[in-house]
Write a protein that binds this ligand. Sequence first.
Ligand SMILES: NC(=O)c1ccc[n+]([C@@H]2O[C@H](COP(=O)([O-])OP(=O)(O)OC[C@H]3O[C@@H](n4cnc5c(N)ncnc54)[C@H](OP(=O)(O)O)[C@@H]3O)[C@@H](O)[C@H]2O)c1
Length: 335
Amino acid sequence: MKAWQIQHRGSLEGLVLADVPRPELGDGQVRVRMRAASVNYRDLIATRIERPGALTPLIPCSDGAGEVVEVGAGVTKWKAGDRVIGCFFQDWDSGRIRREVMRSDLGGPLHGVLAQEVIFRENGLVPIPEHLSFEQASTLPCAALTAWHALVENGRVCAGETVLLLGTGGVSIFALQIAKMHGARVIITSSSDAKLAKARELGADDTINYRTFPDWQVRVHELTNKRGADHVVEVGGWGTLEKSIESVAYGGQVHTIGVLTGFEGKINPWQIIAKSACVCGLYVGSREMFEAMNRAISLHRIEPVIDRVFNFADARAAFARMESGAHFGKLVVRI
Ligand SMILES: NC(=O)c1ccc[n+]([C@@H]2O[C@H](COP(=O)([O-])OP(=O)(O)OC[C@H]3O[C@@H](n4cnc5c(N)ncnc54)[C@H](OP(=O)(O)O)[C@@H]3O)[C@@H](O)[C@H]2O)c1
């Protein structure tokens, strides 16, 4: 079968379309004919940096959707023809995250989904919400679930609260849709006025261009009558974390998710203490959270925002578009 592989790291030239053996199906496993995959920032990082324990070559991408073609002995949940989405973590069914879970992500230590066929654990799949296409469904496992985990599972966001979102990438645009679903007010930042206009069309209440207003935390306080945001979905890392903490309300939550500006940084704990703020890290989510999110997506008929769909042979261009930062929402590869 055909699969994309990260054959060497450092540049997108190391991402190569290859002929690889069809994976073997074991007991308790499910063979899925992949129809679509979506790209996350972490997949781009995987082309640059070798994570300890990573396979080389590695089939990249955690997020994909397709059709069941065959099930292994003992599988009762699925049959041929079922439309399914893979879970980011193959070993996190429910409950709190555990150390072992962190070794079960697709496109990380395990081969990912940018391939014609993929073998999943029986419990490492969820059904596709009926109103979604394979392409739309492929956007959910990482970006959407992370936003859901932050705002709903941890944050218990509710009507009238203010949610601050940074940039208009995959996680932030899902967080916008989820916050509006819960009746919250959304303030979103971007480097682009055109992207901010699109965010307003999706329901964003207030927008800030972080290039025009580098001190966007000041603007957040102006917009909230000095109260600050109840939730900050913090995807920036060291370059934004301090301003996110300055933006959060007393007793509010900074959902610490991303590293868009890098992995380093020093943080003065005083603001966190003085504001009784909760600065809490999180990593995607469990299958149980994924199922809960999909019930809400089905009920509210949420449509993922897709920037562009690429053909399988052009998958490298999807990574290049993410690298350029030109996208709004999700980048998808049709398989
Ligand atoms: N912890 C987890 O479980 C988890 C899960 C998913 C993602 N992540 C992390 O979260 C981050 C976002 O992931 P993603 O897939 O949503 O990325 P993405 O789709 O590539 O989003 C990138 C966007 O973020 C914005 N951005 C970049 N630098 C910024 C800055 N300094 N300040 C504000 N916004 C900035 C830009 O938006 P504009 O063009 O609008 O300026 C850019 O287009 C990544 O670091 C990723 O690794 C973590």
